[in-house]
Ligand binder design. Sequence first.
Ligand code: HPA
Length: 287
Amino acid sequence: MTYYDQVAEAVAFLKARLGSLEPHLGIVLGSGLGAVANAIRDPVVVPYSEIPNFPQSTVEGHSGRMVAGLLGGAPVIILQGRVHFYEGYSPLQVTFPMRVLGALGIRAVVLTNAAGAIQASLHVGQLVVLTDHINLMGWNPLNGPNDPRFGFRPGAGLRFFDMTEAYSKTLRGLAKEAAIDEGFALEEGIYLATPGPNFETPAEIRAFRALGAALVGMSTVPETIVARHMGLEVLGISCVTNLAAGLGSAPLSHEEVNETGRWVESRLAGLLQRLAPKIAASVEMEP
Ligand code: HPA
């Protein structure tokens, strides 16, 4: 079966489960950031293990299920947990869930992640909206023949496409408004992705700072690339779970990342609940 057919099979399965619910907004929740899934009204819950061809997360802190329903009154599909390259998944597998979202008719996607802070102004627990990214994963999920059938939005599905505004300015603006309504300020920053799985060395972090990165993590960039290939609008939000290597006093650990995630996830949940209807209304206005 071709990759496209595998996506189509997952989509047919999910469409039957979703019934009349047709969300235009997707949300991917990163490490320890699952709380917002609990705020979904009338949820349709589908474990990844039931979805044909869907990759299964092997990482602690990443549960694997799709939750669809109403968030702040807007229909959304949440992917609670993602898979990473370092788990041994291929670039095509890592981005399979994003292809499925695109084929389901999603027009905008919010990608969240846990990240280490490189920029000195950032502190642990802060939510940061991504302005841009640097792909240092060493691979690209679009490697190989281009399949224009994945261009679900007008003008999308091209071999070569523009990434000048990979992260939508409009959605960034809406996110900042929603944060102010929630009583906090969203910082902005550039996210740099490494393949992981080890945390970086202090020398790498100094190098990444020189490159202009504010945040470092091991996800999101492949999903953004594939989402933009399909013509989706992308909003990226990092949760600063730790200061990057060499900038804090203690060694880095996955426990620290998950622990910080747990106390920030309620703030992220409040933000997304307020933001979902704003984004849904914004994408409805597009052709
Ligand atoms: N580095 C890479 N990935 C991460 C980090 C980090 O410091 N924190 C959370 N994810």
